[in-house]
Write a protein that binds this ligand. Sequence first.
Ligand code: ATP
Length: 217
Amino acid sequence: MASTLKTIALFGGTFNPVHFGHLRMALELKQVLGFDQMRLLPSHQPAHRAEPGVSAQARRDMLALALEHCTELQLDERELQRNGPTYTVDTLEELRAELGYQVSISFCMGLDSLLGLPAWHRWEQLLTLAHLVVVTRPGWQIPRDGEVAELLLRHRGELADLQREAAGRILLREQTLLPISATGIRSLIKSGRSPQFLLPERVLDYIQTHQLYKSEQ
Ligand code: ATP
């Protein structure tokens, strides 16, 4: 009988700020796909996307507050601790060096990110390090030809593969998204309206205490 590996999933993002869309998606993926661990992985934000006055530390603190009473989701701060831009492939190599190959690692992303994958740094190596769990969003079509279509043809797998193999499969997973975005929350605050009920109360308190997202971009 094939052995079952420990399964670790990563959910990356800028989380500027973290909201219920992120948290529900991460929790549902963990529970529906049965991962042993689900780690939220805040990324360095490229300078051109940075919000004035919102530091990496603030994004990290808001995530920590959101997860304070949640035993199912963990915070993985490794990308914030590295200086300069972070590439997913470097993060996965670092994790592999720590965890070895007796662990299954799944990197979760939206289909829109999968379509842009060929532009990622050393993208061909990603699947040697991890599985990709791709959440299909309404309105997006799976490509029929091109590099991503070929990648899907070679690597598409099913849930059982994620428990049997350490890396190398692409799992497509249809999931309903809550209609919440960090961009929407930032623009509500800028225009003086409240984002209450879109994100955890303690995150909102942090935003108010530190006067975040009020300035013009
Ligand atoms: P922004 O509006 O600033 O682009 P965002 O809300 O889309 O931010 P990110 O930090 O860019 O959030 O995204 C982190 C991850 O969460 C990405 O994989 C993204 O696809 C996913 N995501 C974003 N919004 C939602 C949502 N409402 N439901 C589920 N997943 C989401």
